[in-house]
Design a protein around this ligand. Structure first.
Ligand SMILES: *Cc1c(COP(=O)(O)O)cnc(C)c1O
Length: 736
C-alpha cells in the first residue's frame, strides 16, 4: 500500500493534539507558568502576556519579552510570593486551564470541515518562521507569514506540522552609526531560554538526520516547539560529526554565499523529510512555502521508489499530486538559482538512488530541460514537482503566470496552472489589546472564533465614533512613548549630547497626522519616495494648521548597499532643520517594532514599484487597528482598495522607465496626502472628531479585516489545496 493511500484514518499514526499535550499535569504556580511559557500559544494571548509582564515589567522589557528567561530569574518560592503580592493566582490558573482546554478540544473548524486530513498532517516547510520577537528565526514578510500560517492552522485545528531551520544567531540586529550607516550585529540566541526541546523518535531517542553529499555527510539534530496545537520542528547543524564549518551552517539566516545557501536548503528539504520519517510522521500533503524547500519532494520520491519499487516517473507523478507549492517572488533575481556543480555536489548521491542522469536532474530545475547554460532554479523545481501551485495575491498570480509561461509553451497565459491565495495576517497576534477590548464590547460573543467571517466585522458600524477614535488615540500615544524611548536610547548609545537625548523625549505630537513606514529597505520598496521633493515635503511637515509627521523603520539586507544608502537618507533627516524633527527613524525593525507602528499610526504608507510587491502584509495588520492604508495599487491592496476604505497612490499602472514611474508615483503620493488625506483628517466637529476619517476606518475594518486574515487564508489553503492534494486529486499542471 502506498504511503499516500487515501484510506487515511485507518492507519493514523498519531494524534498530534494529544502528542503535543503530553505532560500537562503541572500543579505548582511555577510549573504552570513554565507550561504557559513553553507553548508559544501565549504569544497571541494578551492576558497571558500581561501576566508575564506583571511579574516584573522592567525585566520583561529588558529580556525582549521572553517569558522563559524571565521565569528563570525567579525561584519557585519567590515566584509564589510575587504572584501572591500581585494577586495573580486566579489569572495564572485560568490561563493554564484555557491552554489545557485549547490543547484537548476537538471542536474546531477543521474537525467539521477538514476531517479527511485527520489521520495524516500537512507538512509545511519554510526557511523562516516569525512567531514572536523573542524567537529571532525570521527576517521579514515571508517568515511572519509562515508564523501567522501555523498560528491559524492551530486555531482552526488543521492538522499540520511545520519544518524549518534553527538559526542560533538568527537574523542580525541593526544599529546605525553616527552617519546613519547600518551596522549588523549577530547575537547568539540562548537555546535554554527558548521553548525548544530535542525531538524524540517513537522509541524515545533524540532524532538526528544525515544527508549525503558528494564530499561528506551533513548532520543535524532536530528541535521541537509547540505553537499552540502545531508542532514546529527545527533542524540544527551545530552537532558533533559535522566539520567546524558545517556546524555553523545554520547559524545565520540568509547570511552566507550560494554554497551555504544550497546546503541550508538541502538540509531543510531533504533533511526535513528525513526528520519527519524519524518522528514517525507520514504527511498527506507537503506544502513548500517558497522554493527554499524545493528539494523535499525528491527525498519523498526516493522513499517511494525504495519502499514500493515503483519507477521514478510513477513516483514523481504520485508525489507531485500530494505537493503544494507557494511562490512569493515577482522579482526575477529573487529566485534561488544554483549552477550544475553545486547541484551535483549536493544532490549527486540522491540522484544515484533515484536512478536519473545529471541532465535529468538539472532538467527538473530548468525551464528548458536541455539548455546546458541554464542554472538550476528552486522555483522551477517547485513548480515541476507539485500539482498545485499558487501565488500570494490576485495581481501576483497574474504576474507569476506571465513570468513562468514559458514552462508551458503550448498554453495561453490564462491557462497557466498557477492560481492565487491572497496572504492574510493572524488577527490575535496583531490586534492591539485595547482594540480587542473594544471589539469584545460590541461584537457578538466569541467573535474571535469566527474572525474569518464577514458578518462579524459589520458590527464595527455599531461602535460609537468617539469611542473608536479615543481607542485609536490611546494606541497612538503608546506608539509615541515607544518612539521616544527608542530614539533617546539610540542617541545615548551614539554618545550624543544631553540636549539631543533630552529633546528626543519630546519627539512628535499626538495631535499631528502621523504616517508610518516600516519594512525591509529593499530598493524596490522605495522608502525615500516621499523625500524626493524636499521642499514639498518640508511644506507638509511644517504646515501651521495641518502638519504631518513621519515614522520610519526597516533593515536592509547586509549586502544591499543601495538599501543602506536609503536608510542613511531617512535616518539623517533628523539633522536637516527643514524637517523640524518631524521625521524619525527607529532602529532594529522586528515584530515588536512593527506591532507598535501598525497599532499606533494614522496612516500606513506602502509605495513599492509595481508589480514587485507580491502581497505585503503589514498593511493588513494596520487595518485591524484602524490605521488607514496609503498604498500603491500593488499586491493585496490592488484587490482591497474600494475607494472608501483607504487611499491609493497612482492608478495601478507603471511605465517601462523606472525613472518616469518614480516621478509619477511621487507626484501622486504628494497629491493624495495634500488633497485627500489632510483635508479629511483635519476636518473636525465641535468635539474634535474627524467623522469622515472615522467612517473610512470603519469601512476599512469591516471590508478588509476578515478577508485579509490568515484564518481565511488557511481555510482557503485547506479547501483549495490541502484536501484535494491529500486525496491525490490532480489539477492539470501537466509538466515534464
Ligand atoms: C509584517 C512584517 C513584515 C512584512 O511587511 P510587508 O508589508 O510585507 O513589507 C516584515 N517584517 C516584519 C517584522 C513584519 O512584522
Amino acid at each position: 500500500m502506498g504511503q499516500f493511500d487515501s484510506t487515511l484514518a485507518a492507519e493514523a499514526p498519531m494524534n498530534h493534539a494529544t502528542a503535543a499535550n503530553v505532560g500537562m499535569t503541572e500543579n505548582t504556580i511555577y510549573d504552570k507558568c513554565m507550561a504557559l511559557a513553553r507553548n508559544l500559544w501565549w504569544a497571541w494571548h494578551p492576558e497571558v502576556i500581561n501576566l508575564f509582564r506583571d511579574l516584573d515589567p522592567i525585566r520583561w522589557r529588558q529580556l525582549d519579552h521572553n517569558p522563559i528567561a524571565l521565569l528563570k530569574e525567579f525561584t519557585p518560592e519567590r515566584l509564589e510570593a510575587r504572584a501572591a503580592e500581585m494577586v495573580l493566582f486566579s489569572r495564572i490558573n485560568y490561563a493554564y486551564r484555557r491552554l489545557k482546554e485549547y490543547m484537548t478540544t476537538n471542536q474546531t473548524w477543521a474537525a467539521t470541515n477538514a476531517g479527511v486530513l485527520g489521520g495524516r498532517p500537512v507538512a509545511y516547510f519554510s526557511a523562516e518562521f516569525g512567531i514572536h520577537e523573542s524567537m529571532p528565526i525570521y527576517s521579514g514578510g515571508l517568515g511572519v507569514l509562515s508564523g501567522d500560517h501555523i498560528k491559524s492552522a492551530s486555531g482552526l485545528g488543521v492538522p499540520l506540522v511545520a519544518i524549518g531551520l534553527f538559526y542560533d544567531q538568527g537574523y542580525f540586529r541593526q544599529q546605525l552609526d553616527d552617519e546613519g550607516y547600518q551596522a549588523e550585529e549577530y547575537v547568539d540566541t540562548k537555546v535554554e531560554n527558548l521553548p525548544m526541546e530535542p525531538a524524540l523518535a517513537p522509541d524515545g531517542a533524540p532524532i538526528t538526520v544525515c544527508v549525503d553529499t558528494r564530499n561528506g555527510k551533513l548532520h543535524a539534530k532536530v528541535w521541537q516547539l509547540k505553537v499552540g496545537r502545531v508542532m514546529l520542528y527545527l533542524l540544527d547543524c551545530d552537532v558533533e560529526g559535522n566539520s567546524p564549518e558545517d556546524r555553523e551552517l545554520t547559524s545565520r539566516l540568509y547570511g552566507g554565499d550560494e554554497r551555504i545557501r544550497i546546503r541550508q536548503e538541502l538540509m531543510l528539504g531533504v533533511g526535513g523529510v528525513k526528520a519527519l520519517r524519524a518522528l514517525g510522521i507520514y504527511p498527506s500533503v507537503y506544502h513548500l512555502n517558497e522554493g527554499h524547500s524545493g528539494f523535499a519532494p525528491l527525498e519523498v520520491i526516493r522513499e517511494r521508489m525504495h519502499d514500493d519499487g515503483v519507477s521514478f516517473d510513477d513516483a514523481l507523478r504520485e508525489v507531485a499530486q500530494h505537493t503544494v507549492f507557494t511562490t512569493h517572488t515577482p522579482v526575477p533575481a529573487g529566485h534561488d538559482r544554483f549552477d550544475g556543480g553545486l547541484i551535483e555536489e549536493h544532490l549527486g548521491p540522491l540522484r544515484d538512488q533515484l536512478g536519473i542522469s545529471y541532465q535529468q536532474l538539472m532538467g527538473l530545475g530548468r525551464v528548458e530541460p536541455q539548455n546546458e547554460g541554464e542554472p538550476f532554479c528552486m522555483t522551477v523545481i517547485g513548480l515541476k514537482l507539485s500539482r498545485r501551485a499558487n501565488a500570494v495575491s490576485s495581481l501576483h498570480g497574474y504576474v507569476t503566470r506571465r513570468m513562468w509561461a514559458h514552462l508551458w509553451p503550448w498554453r495561453v497565459e490564462e491557462e497557466i496552472p498557477i492560481g492565487h491565495i491572497t496572504n492574510g495576517v493572524h488577527i490575535p497576534s496583531w490586534l492591539a489589546q485595547q482594540m480587542t477590548a473594544l471589539y469584545d464590547r460590541h461584537f457578538p460573543a466569541k467573535w474571535m472564533y469566527r474572525m474569518g467571517e464577514a458578518d462579524v466585522w459589520q458590527h464595527i458600524h455599531d461602535i460609537d465614533p468617539g469611542e473608536l477614535w479615543e481607542t485609536h488615540h490611546t494606541l497612538k500615544n503608546l506608539l509615541l512613548a515607544f518612539v521616544r524611548r527608542r530614539v533617546s536610547r539610540q542617541c545615548r548609545r551614539r554618545g550624543e549630547s544631553d540636549d539631543i537625548v533630552e529633546s528626543s523625549r519630546n519627539l512628535l505630537d499626538p495631535n499631528i497626522l502621523t504616517i508610518g513606514f516600516g519594512r525591509r529597505f529593499a530598493t524596490y520598496k522605495r522608502a525615500t519616495l516621499i523625500m524626493s521633493d524636499q521642499d514639498r515635503l518640508s511644506d507638509l511637515l511644517n504646515d501651521k494648521e495641518r502638519p504631518i509627521q513621519l515614522v520610519f523603520a526597516g533593515k536592509a539586507h547586509p549586502k544591499d548597499e543601495p538599501g543602506k544608502q536609503f536608510i542613511k537618507q531617512v535616518a539623517n533627516a533628523r539633522k536637516n532643520p527643514k524637517f523640524n524633527n518631524r521625521i524619525v527613524y527607529i532602529e532594529d525593525y522586528d515584530i515588536n517594532v512593527c506591532r507598535h507602528l501598525i497599532q499606533g499610526v494614522d496612516v500606513w504608507l506602502n509605495n513599492p514599484r509595481m508589480p514587485l510587491e507580491a502581497s505585503g502584509t503589514s498593511g493588513q495588520k494596520a487595518v485591524l487597528n484602524g490605521a488607514l492604508n496609503l498604498s500603491i495599487l500593488d499586491g493585496w491592496w490592488a484587490e482591497a482598495w474600494s475607494g472608501n476604505n483607504g487611499f491609493a497612490i497612482g492608478n495601478g499602472t507603471s511605465h517601462v522607465s523606472d525613472e518616469i514611474t518614480d516621478r509619477r508615483d511621487a507626484e501622486s503620493l504628494y497629491k493624495t496626502i495634500e488633497e485627500q488625506i489632510i483635508p479629511i483628517y483635519y476636518d473636525r466637529d465641535v468635539d474634535g472628531l474627524p467623522h469622515q476619517w472615522i467612517k473610512y476606518m470603519m469601512n476599512s475594518i469591516s471590508q478588509l479585516a476578515w478577508r485579509f486574515s490568515s484564518h481565511r487564508m488557511v481555510m482557503d489553503y485547506t479547501m483549495k489545496s490541502y484536501i484535494p492534494a491529500a486525496g491525490g486529486l490532480s489539477c492539470d499542471m501537466n509538466l515534464r
